[in-house]
Ligand binder design. Structure first.
Ligand code: C2O
Ligand code: CU
Length: 575
């Protein structure tokens, strides 16, 4: 080849790559996973739990914005189905890969394989988890981290990073728990035995700031349960990615002597603010920046404790190890003191400080529809349930995505669920008539319309009890436009924050309070919106949103092999 044409080739390829920097760099990342029960000792007590490729937590997926993730998932559980949900990933154009049993797909049968293939659009801290029965609580989870695309940058700097996936752990099996939750009288799961950081914790450990009575000295008996060590150098800035996939617990995280600057929430940049501790609810993720500017001859505790429920679980501890100190050198000062478990003002002031980073896209200035969702605890034939506008969600045998896309009759309950609750209902008192109903009906939303949802908390069945519920939306992100105490009123609409509300996928409702969100229904599919507390969802605390299902592309056959769609696939009657 002549030098001149080689030069031309070089120049033209430079032009092409300059025009398409992100596209040419994005990759498909392949994973081959097997889900199965394994023996593990996450808190020094051996149990069986759900692992992936023999690992717990499951392998971390690391990708760049714009990449395609391809996971070939084989179910090697002996007798039950499985699915995996990619929490925080929008699944735009791939609603069948959302990994929700009875909603987006049929559970994958034992020995069968399902391929999850989807794009990750936005840099951020995410995770994945089981979404069938209570499989998340059996340990089926792991991290999914998305870095900025090549040539792009996140608007903050750091020298290194750590990933902390938080969870809570019960010694009782999820089968015991599920039977108890669906028994009359209810057998509640109680508080977790141990909090875990990256799948490791110490049961009954007295190093904690507030030791639980009868606890022992912490002597990890295996490396499965040794405390996590964060090795740092003095005078550097580290990014801590923190996500919570707890079954029940709301958490608080603090590091002795160190402040944290919050920069990310659920994959979105927030206006940076400095705090001494953060609250994190199940389903949320944050990034915080920590500068190692303390006395370098000491190590420090990182502590994670329970909020919002009277703690019966010792805090989880990790060690921030200033090198070259030995990681086994005990910190000079005790673990940081957590705020009182019921100091809700502390929690609210943290939530209220989370605002979109300057320059972030603003929400539409008005909504086309408002759905008010009253959260109550109820009874159905004596069984304890959670209901939304007096409807407790019961998932149908045929996943909605298939039955709606192919217009199958009687696959789920007809009719729209209620959009509001009676004006006379007193949210400050137990329900006067606790009887509720069960249904699989769904909210059908006009494609591309803007929806406001008001999540209204209320008193539970017992007097003076109202709990925290973190709500998570699949398939979308939403703007958190307002919070308030008591009952939501029309006059609050004028006070919505439409200037810099944070964009998120999970938000909390505080006891006796309400939270308002706004989203654009621009993703054809069927999407769960539910409380992320595993036993609450299991007891019916969720709703189904469907939009533009007629625009959904070809659903993979493997997602349809159950219920009424199975027959359709076998008869090859699929339109
Ligand atoms: Cu992480 Cu439907 O949940
Ligand atoms: Cu809940």
């Amino acid at each position: 080849m002549a030098t001149s044409s080689l030069l031309l080739l070089l120049i033209s390829s430079c032009i092409i790559s300059a025009l398409l920097p992100a596209a040419s760099a994005s990759k498909t990342r392949h994973f081959k996973w097997e889900v199965g029960y394994i023996y593990a000792s996450p808190d020094c007590n051996e149990k069986i739990l759900m692992g992936i490729n023999g690992q717990f937590p499951g392998p971390t997926i690391r990708a760049k914005a714009g990449d395609t993730i391809h996971v070939e998932l084989k179910n090697t559980l002996h007798t039950e189905g499985v699915v995996i949900h990619w929490h925080g990933i929008r699944q735009f154009g791939t609603p069948w890969a959302d990994g929700t049993a009875s909603i987006s797909q049929c559970a994958i049968d034992p020995e069968e394989t399902f391929v999850y293939r989807f794009r990750v659009e936005k840099a951020g801290t995410y995770f994945y988890h089981g979404h069938y029965g209570m499989q998340r609580a059996a340990g089926l989870y792991g991290s999914l981290i998305v870095d900025a695309a090549d040539g792009e940058e996140e608007p903050f700097r750091y020298d290194g990073e750590f990933n902390l996936l938080l969870s809570d752990w019960y010694h009782q099996s999820i089968y015991d728990q599920m039977v108890g939750l669906s028994s009359n009288p209810l057998r509640w799961i109680g508080e977790p035995q141990t909090l875990l950081i990256n799948g490791r914790g110490q049961y009954n450990c007295s190093l904690a700031a507030h030791p639980v009575e009868g606890s022992n000295a912490c002597r990890p008996t295996s490396k499965d349960c040794a405390p996590v060590v964060l090795r740092v150098l003095p005078n550097k800035t580290y990014r801590l990615r923190i996500a919570s996939t707890t079954s029940l617990s709301s958490l608080n995280l603090a590091i002795g002597n160190h402040k944290m600057v919050v920069v990310e929430a659920d994959g979105n940049h927030v206006e940076p603010f400095t705090v001494g501790d953060i609250d994190i609810y199940s389903g949320e993720s944050y990034s915080v920046l920590v500068t190692t500017d303390q006395n370098p001859s000491s190590n420090y505790w990182l502590s994670v404790g329970v909020r919002g429920r009277k703690p019966k679980t010792s805090p989880a501890l990790a060690i921030v190890n200033y090198r070259p100190n030995s990681p086994s050198k005990l910190p000079e000062s005790g673990p940081p003191m957590a705020p009182e478990w019921n100091d809700y003002n502390h929690s609210k002031s943290f939530s209220y400080r989370i605002l979109a980073r300057r320059g972030a896209p603003k929400p539409p200035q008005s909504a086309d529809r408002r759905i008010v969702l009253l959260n109550t605890q109820n009874k159905i034939d004596g069984y304890t349930k959670w209901s939304i506008n007096n409807v407790s969600l019961a998932l149908p045998p045929t996943p909605y995505l298939g039955s709606m896309r192919y217009r199958l009759k009687n696959a789920f309950d007809a009719g729209m669920p209620p959009e509001n609750f009676p004006p006379s209902y007193d949210v400050m008192r137990p329900p006067p008539n606790p009887n509720s109903t069960q249904s699989s009906n769904a909210y059908v939303i006009r494609l591309n319309s803007t929806v406001d949802v008001i999540l209204q908390n209320a008193n539970a069945l017992a007097v003076n009890v109202s709990e925290i519920h973190p709500w998570h939306l699949h398939g979308h992100e939403f703007w958190v436009v307002g919070y308030g105490d008591g009952r939501f009123g029309e006059k609050e609409v004028a006070r919505f924050n439409l200037k810099n509300p944070p964009l998120r996928n999970t938000v909390v409702i505080f006891p006796y309070g309400w939270t308002a969100i706004r989203f654009v229904a621009d993703n054809p599919g069927v999407w769960a919106f539910h409380c992320h507390i595993e036993p609450h969802l299991h007891m019916g605390m969720g709703v189904i949103f469907a939009e533009g299902v007629e625009h959904v592309g070809k659903i993979p056959r493997e997602a349809l092999t159950c219920g009424m769609t199975a027959k359709m696939v076998m008869d090859k009657h699929r339109p």
